[in-house]
Design a protein around this ligand. Sequence first.
Ligand code: UDP
Length: 492
Amino acid sequence: MALLETDHDHQHQSTKPKMHVAVLPNLGMGHIIPLFELAKRLVVFDHDIHISFLLINTDEDNSAARDQYLYSTALPPSLDVVDMPPINVSDIVRDDMLILTRICVIVEESLKSLKSVLIELGKPEALVIDLFCTGAFKICSELSIPVYSFYSPSTAFLTFSLYIPTLDREVEGEFVDLPEPISIPGCSPIRLDDLLDEVRDRKNNQYKLFYLHMSRLPQATGILVNTWEDFEPVPLKAIREHSFFLQLPTPPIYPVGPLIKQDESMSSSDEECLTWMDNQPVDSVLFIALGSGGTLTTGQLLEMAWGLEMSQQKFIWVLRKPDDADASSTFFNVGSDVNDPKSYLPEGFLEKTHGVGLVVKSWATQVAILRHPSTGGFLSHCGWNSTLESITHGVPIIAWPLYAEQKMNAAMLTEEIGVAVKPVKVPGETVVKREEISRVVKLLMESEEGEIIRGRVKKLRDSARRAVDIGGSSYNSLSCLIEKWKNESGEP
Ligand code: UDP
C-alpha cells in the first residue's frame, strides 16, 4: 500500500517553524503501532509538521517487539520519540490486577509528568491521545492545548463506547442479563455473548475504568478512527447523523485508516520464513497469530496442533507457551517470553508437519507474511490492527477471538462483511475440537466457499487502498484535520 509514498504537495524545504503535534499512545503493541503509523503518516503527508511521539516507560519494560519496531529503522526527520519519565511498576501494580486496570494505573501515573513534558517541548499545538489517556484532557485544558482522541478499535466499538454512559444510566443489574441484544441507535445490535469482559461485571474495577475513559470521549476536540468510509458506513453514518449521537454531542469524526504497519526489520529467522514462503504456491499458506498478548490454553493448543495436522494445509504458526489462566498473557512482554515449542507441542507434531508447516517462536513479521503472495488465510484473534492488516492485504480470516472487543470484531467480520469464518465450539466443551479446526481450515483454504470469501476480501482490499490514496476518503479526512490544526494555530 502506498501510505508512505502519497506525499502531499509540500516538497519544498520550509523556513517557517513547523507546526508541532504530540502523540501519546497507551501501553501495548496494538496501540503503539497504529499511533506510530499515524505519526509517520503525518510527517510524510505534510512536511511542515513536527511530531513528538511520547512513549510511556516503566522500569519493567521488557518488550523486544516494541524496541525492534520503534528503533530498528530510521525515523523520518520530523518525528522524535520522546521517553516519558519511567514509572516504577512495583509501587503501583499488584499481581492480581487485570490487564485494563494495569494499563490504566500505569498510564495515570505516567500522566503526572505530562504537563512538564509538554511545557519542555514548547507546548505543541495539539495532542493526539490513545484510549486510556483521557487524564490528558484536564492537563491540556490548563495549557490551552486542544486534545484529539485516536480511537484505535473499530467505529462500531466507538458507538458502543459513546453509548456506555446511557446504558449505565438506563440498565439496572448486569448488561449480560438483559433479555435482548444491545441496540445502539442507528447501529447493528450487539449480542450479549459478544460483549467484552470489561463490561460483564459492573462492580469490577475494570468496568469503572472503561466507563470513566469512554465517558470522557466527548471532551475531545475531534476523534480520529482507524477505519475508512466504505468499510464501516453504518456506524459512521449513525455517529454523524443520528439524533442520539448529535445530542451527546459527539466531536467531529475523522476516519483516517487503514493505518497499518509498513516497515518491519527482519531477523535471520524471519528471512528464513519468507524464503520458505517464496517456494509455496500462491494463496496456499495459513498464517496463525494471536496478536501481541494472545495465548491458548494447554488443551486448546493440543487441539490446534492436531487440527492443523489433520487439515493437511501449509501453515506458519506464531507459537507461545500455553497459559490456562490468561488469554492475553504475553501483553506486557511481547516477543520476550521464554518459549520452547518442543516442551508443549504434542509429541511427534514437528516431525509430522515437517515441510508442511513452520513454527515461529513468540513474534513474527506479521505484515511481511500477510503481504506475501503465498499467504491464503489468517487464523487471527481479530484485534483491530490484525483485522486491518489482513483486509489491506486481501487475506481472508478464521476468527479466533480471545479478549477485549475481539468477539464483536469477529461477529462483524463473519456475519456482516463476510470476510471470515468462525469455528464452532460444541456447547459444554472447553475447547474447539481438532475436527472442527480442520474443517474451517479446509473450508477457507481449499473450498469454493473459501474462494468466495477470498473474492470479497480482495474487493475490500482495493477499497482500503483507494481510501488512503491521493483524493481518497481517508486522505481527504487527514487533509481536513491538518488544515484545521493549522487554522487553529494561526498559521496561514
Ligand atoms: N504482530 C506482529 N507479530 C506477531 C503478532 C502481532 O507483528 O507475531 C503485530 C500485528 O501486526 C499488529 C499488532 O501486533 O499490528 C497486534 O495488534 P492487534 O490490534 O491485532 O491486537 P492486540 O495485540 O492489540 O490484541
